[in-house]
Design a protein around this ligand. Structure first.
Ligand code: GDP
Ligand code: MN
Length: 395
């Protein structure tokens, strides 16, 4: 689950990470109230108006603007709210901005230069460890840094059983060329950031930029956070952080039915029981020259009702030109699933695209017969190769 910058920052703060303070607002008037309140709390007299969408690159897209007066806060909030913000991460359609974060200006002049760094805590699935990636080249697109000057990105692996060690935090601050108060503050920053990552069961905390202010404080100017969906049951209060307007509407609907659905770009809808079989099915479709439109695991207990819900979900995607149903009857009986498919087909009505059903396992022959005898436009197969070939013939 992705969350907004302002939500990520509140989490960071609760773990003791210093942040660029801000207050979220949904109207220009509320934005002005927020700016006044921030002035009271922090003494700031300049503000940054920041579009809240689930995508980075907002600055370059015109979604982050500096305001030097309350009037400007209002004008900029008015401009940014309701805008369809396009960044390199949103796709060409962009995303509708319905909230702005009014943040204190932290790039004020002072005894030393401000400096932007990059820092991300991630899960390294290959090693089963957490990893802190960091660089002196912050504020800019980190993908470009990785591409052009990869030696400027450092990595520190952390054994999750041991946790971040003091020497590691100091090494990071040292590699960022810091000294004195800023070095000490960076050690505190990294330590608190890592504890936020672990404490929230996150899979990513990316802070770009991490800022050294002109008075040598280290703070988070931005936050991009991904929380592990599979751990959300341990954080019931995170439920309210979900913003469904940022998510694919079909995926939102699928979650209501407890279906494991991920939308993809192809034209062959897939309904499969079991995640492993679903992956193998997608491979088979590719090898037969097709392109999967989705991943969908209906689960081990694929009864008639779930089959129907799954059909409805797949059919909501206008790109789908054929559906491949691939069910392995282990615990579930193929004839029951076949009956479910026939029922769903009739209940949903006017399905105009071909459906290919491959049943294997318990009562597969009976299941195939049920489908063949139904008189519906459903093609059945027992071998997966045959099913995949049928798919590639119809799309
Ligand atoms: P992103 O573009 O979506 O990554 O949004 P960020 O939150 O990273 O902000 C983009 C850029 O806005 C930063 O890299 C800064 O250069 C600038 N910015 C953010 N906060 C401030 C601020 O308090 N004062 C000034 N002057 N610039 C800021
Ligand atoms: Mn950023």
């Amino acid at each position: 689950m992705n969350i907004h910058e302002y939500q990520g920052k509140q989490i960071l703060k609760s773990f003791g990470v210093r942040i660029q303070e801000g207050i979220v607002a949904a109207t220009p008037d509320k934005a002005v109230d927020a700016a006044k309140e921030l002035q009271k709390q922090t003494g700031t007299s300049w503000w940054v108006v920041k579009a809240q969408i689930h995508a980075g690159g907002r600055g370059k897209g015109g979604g982050v603007k500096l305001a030097k007066s309350l009037d400007e806060v209002k004008t900029l909030a008015d401009q940014i709210l309701g805008m369809q913000l396009v960044t390199h991460q949103t796709g060409p359609k962009g995303k509708l901005v319905s909230k702005v974060l009014i943040a204190q200006d932290v790039y004020y002049p002072g005894e030393s230069e401000t400096k932007e760094y990059y820092m991300g805590v991630l899960l390294n699935r290959a090693t089963g460890k957490n990893i802190i990636m960091y660089s002196t080249e912050g504020g800019v697109d980190i993908e470009t840094v990785a591409d052009k000057t990869p030696h400027l990105i450092h990595k520190e692996e952390i054994d999750p059983k041991v946790g971040l060690q003091g020497f590691q935090a100091r090494k990071i601050a040292f590699n960022l060329d810091l000294s004195g108060a800023a070095m000490k503050d960076m050690v505190k920053f990294v330590t608190a950031l890592y504890s936020a990552y672990v404490g929230t069961d996150a899979t990513m905390f990316e802070i770009n930029p991490v800022l050294k202010t002109s008075d040598n404080k280290i703070l988070a100017v931005d936050s991009k956070v991904n929380l592990d969906d599979n751990a959300l049951y341990r954080h019931l209060d995170f439920k309210e952080l979900r913003d469904v307007t940022e998510e694919d509407p079909i995926e939102v609907e699928a979650r209501r039915f407890d279906l494991n659905y991920v939308k993809l770009d192809g034209n062959v809808g897939c309904m499969v029981n079991g995640a492993g079989l679903a992956m193998a099915t997608m491979d088979m479709i590719k090898m037969a020259g097709g392109d999967p439109a989705n991943f969908l695991d209906v689960g081990g207990s694929a009864n008639a009702k779930r089959v129907e819900e799954a059909f409805r979900i797949i059919l909501r995607d206008p790109n789908v030109e054929a559906i491949l149903v691939n069910i392995f009857g282990g615990i579930v009986r193929c004839d029951l699933v076949a009956q479910g498919i026939v029922d769903a087909y009739q209940n949903i009505g006017n399905i105009s695209i071909p459906i290919i059903v491959r049943l294997q396992g318990t009562n597969a022959i009976e299941g195939k017969k049920l489908i063949d005898d139904s008189g519906l436009k459903v093609l059945s197969a027992i071998a997966l190769e045959d099913a995949a070939r049928l798919v590639s013939e119809v799309v």
